[in-house]
Structures are given as C-alpha cells and as structure tokens.
Design a protein. Sequence first.
Length: 587
Amino acid sequence: MGPEAWLTLAVLGAVVLSLARELASPAATILGGVFALLILGVLEPEQAFQGFSNPATITIAALYVVSRAVRASGGLGQLLSRALGDGPGTRRTLARLMIPSAAFSGFLNNTPLVATLAPMVREWATARGRSPSRFLMPLSFAAILGGLTTTIGTSTTLVVSGVLAQEGLGAFSLFEVTRVGLPLAVAGLATAILTTPKLLPERASSTTEIRAKGRDYTFRMRVEPDGPLVGHTIAGAGLRNLAGVYLARVDRGDRQIAPVSPDEELYGGDLLTFVGEVDHVADLRTMTGLESTEDVHVDLLEGRGHRFYEVVLGANSPLVGETLKSIGFRERYDAAVMAIHRAGARVHEKLGEATLHVGDVLLVLGDPGFEQRWVDQRDFLLVTTLGEAPHDDPRLTRLSIGTLLGIIVLAGLGVLPILHASLLGVLVLVVGRVLTVSQARDAVDLDVILIVAGSFGLGAAVEASGLAMQAANLAEGIASSGGVVAALAVVMLATLVLTELISNTAAAALMVPIALDVAEVAGAEPRGFAVAVAMMASASFLTPIGYQTNTIVYGLGGYRYSDYWRLGLPLTIVVFAITLTLAPVLY
C-alpha cells in the first residue's frame, strides 16, 4: 500500500476506536477524522466536504421534518390503539404491533417513529398487566426491518444511494431496494413474532409484577433538621404504610439502617431512601417535614403545574459520561432528576454523583414546558410526560399523513426525485402550519446530519487513497476460489461487524467504495453489492447502542445487554442469509 493508504487506515482505526469506546461524540469523532485526512493531504477540500452538498444529506434532513410533523399530529397514536386492540396472545399482539410499525418505518425516520410509539406501547402493556419488555424491543426491530424496504426508510440506504450517485452509477429509485428489503422484512418479522415469546424474557421490577402498573425507582428525601417529623417514629410519621411506596433504608451519618423498623425514631438530617411507583413520588414531595436531597434546588421548583417526565439518554447526549452535579442539571434544564433507572435496575448510589450512561432513563421533575423545550434536542433521545395522553388534532393528522403519501407517490412514480419531493413536503407542512419554521429547524437532528456528511468524506478517503482497491485485491483471492458469492459474503460480514462498532451511516459510507471495487474485481454487478451493504449496515440488532431505536427501548423495557443477543442473533442470521441469497440472483 502507498503512504496515503496507510495514513487513511491509521485515521480510520483511530475513528473506529474512538467510536467504539465512546471517547468523544460520534459527530465530533467522524468530522475529526475528516479534518485529519484533509490536513494530511489525503483529501482535497471538495472531497472532504462533499457530503454537505450531497442530495442524500439534504433529503435526510427534510425527512426528519416530515417525521416530526406526523409525530406531532398524534395520528400514529390513533393508528396504534386501533391496531393493538385488546386481543389475547403475545404472538397475535406482536403481529398487530410490528407489521404496521414496519410499514410506517419504510417511509418515516425510524428514531422519531419509535420515540412516538414506545411510551404508548409501554402504557398499553402495563395497563393490561402485560410485560412491556415483550413488545418494546420487537417494536425497535420492526422499525429497523421496515426501514430496509425503501430508499427513504433509513438514512443508511440514502447514504449508499448518495455514494452511488457520486460514483456516476446513479442513485437508487424509491423502491429499488424493495426487491431485497421486502423479503428481508417479511422473514425478519416472522422470525421475531415466532421467537420473541421463547427468547425474550420478561423484564420488570417487583412493583410492576405485583401491581401491573408503573416501574420501580429509588429516590431519597431528607428529614428537615427542625421539622415536625423529628422525634417521631417511622409509623408515627406516617411513613410506614404508604400507598405504592415503601421506606427501604435510613442513612444516619455513617450508619445504614435496613430493614427499617416501624419504631425507629427519626432524627433531623436523616436520609430516607424510598422505593415505589413514580405516580406516588409527588405525594412524598408534598409531605411536611421532608425535603428532596437532589439537591436543595428542588425547592425552587415548588409550585403548581410541575410534572414528571421520563427522558432517555442517547449516544450523542452531552450528559453521557457526566454526573448530574458536574453537568449542572438543575441550572441547565430548569428541572430536577428524582431517580435513575438503568438496564432493568435502579441506581442506588447518590444521584448527583452517579455517572450517566447511554440508555439511562431519568425521572425528571420539571415545568409544563420542559417537553416542548427538549423533545427535539440531542440532550435527550426521548422525552415523555408521565401519565398524560397524547393530543390528537384531526387537521394536522390529515395534512401530515397526506403530505407523506404525496412524497411517496411523487417519488415512487418518478414524477420528482426523492430530494425534490421531500423538500416540497417540508414546504407544504410549514405553509400549512403543521409546523412552525423553528419547529421544522429543531426537528432536524444536527448530529445525524454531521455524521452523514462527515461519513461521505471518510468514504471518499477510502477511495482516493487506494485503500478500497487494496481491500478489493484481497477479496480477489476469495472470489477466485469461492466465487462472487464468497466475495459478497466477506463484504457483508465486514459491514455487519463495523455497523455494531460505529454508526450505521459511517459503516455504509466506508464500505460502499470497497464493495464497488470488490464487485469490479470479481466481475459482478456493483449495485447488488451496494444493496447488500445497505441491508447489512442497517441490520443492527445485537447491541442496545448500535442503533438509536434500540437505545430508546433499552431503558424503557428494563432490558439487559444480553437480551439483544437473544432476539437479535436469529434476526441477524436471517437477514444475512436472505441478502446473500437474493442479491446475486436479482443483480
């Protein structure tokens, strides 16, 4: 290999390491890699920044706005309620949930779709005494599978389409990938529906199992030093028989008292650790003689109209790796965290000092405007108001769904390119006052756009440095002994591994130039290799952090890391096998 290829390989290795170990945010890491390659002379400026003018990047931004409009209208909630109904049987319910979700995911961004449906699915399940964990991961996987069926179903396919256009091979039409994606989706949905009851365990807290409503949290209160509860026993203070909440431990200096006797006397400054349902937190907050420990700033939130919210932290959140104290949560968000839930368990350490992780669910006390301020920001992957039904507006529903259908028809029939149809849809939504200009702007996930744009630069470096051709030459030996199918299998396997380590779009952008060169060396149709890369880059079922929809349901479902392997591995095998079978036949 030449010096430029070695430099490119070194930079890509550093990027993958940083992304895998979460040393920096994905957007900063990928753009940092592009800047390094530009400074080292591997890339020219027009190559490094070509992703910012690529139609795929602009299309992804436009489709985020369309998805936001559909989500805001409340129409998805209506359709979900009708689809789920009250029928018995886990597999029947899974079919009613997953098939419509996959259908919508073929035309809407997966992340907003799952962010809208996941809280509703959980409320539906808990209200009927069923474990939400049986339905939330399948919802995420259905969105991923549905996204494989069209070019606009996922940003990954749009990135592959953009690279093809750059190489002069022509972008994908709206339904070009459907020939492979639809059989994949059907087989994947069938696999998930049949295997979920056996492979996916129920994950729920003891309170959920007993009461079939809500989820357990741990939160702390302090006995006011000069308050009316000092000197009273636990029973006498009314802390013994609380509805839905129990006192688990008392911390007095260096002493921990657990279990707590009803005759234990309270001292000023005692830290009381409670466990219970989130709906009952407000009752303790208003009890005279108790104050929150998280921290005294909670007192500033006292007043009418405050609500409890659940927020989920994504990989791009500035809170990940920080503590509530170091990030200055109260001052930054004008809200207070009352509890943290992580991977099916409560965080018992002091909340202000707990390091926050991707997928953590925070119980937040905030004012009524908290959700509106943060719902479309990168700080939280999901913001949902506890115990509040979504609002439906028939006019907004009709206009937003009609606009989406219009985009599908115009692009599907070839009347307009996908980019033009998407931008026209955004214009209709803003002029029709479904969204304001500021709401449309906030709907665009800037981190995703930066990742997509930067990924094009990394892909260009792989091609320009000769690294792609070197990889193709290595695959030539495999192709000569095992044929084109063997070469395709190697490309697919490399894409699959890469997509679990870094973002889907970055994996696709890096692998497409290699796949095209491998196809050329092997004497195969390049579009078949490109479609295979798009399918495998999107098939992220094995980890909760490999895809944003997986992260959303990770905390809400109380899943453990290994749960994704239980259900995800069979799906990955199915997707791999069908893609490897269909791509050579169809292309």
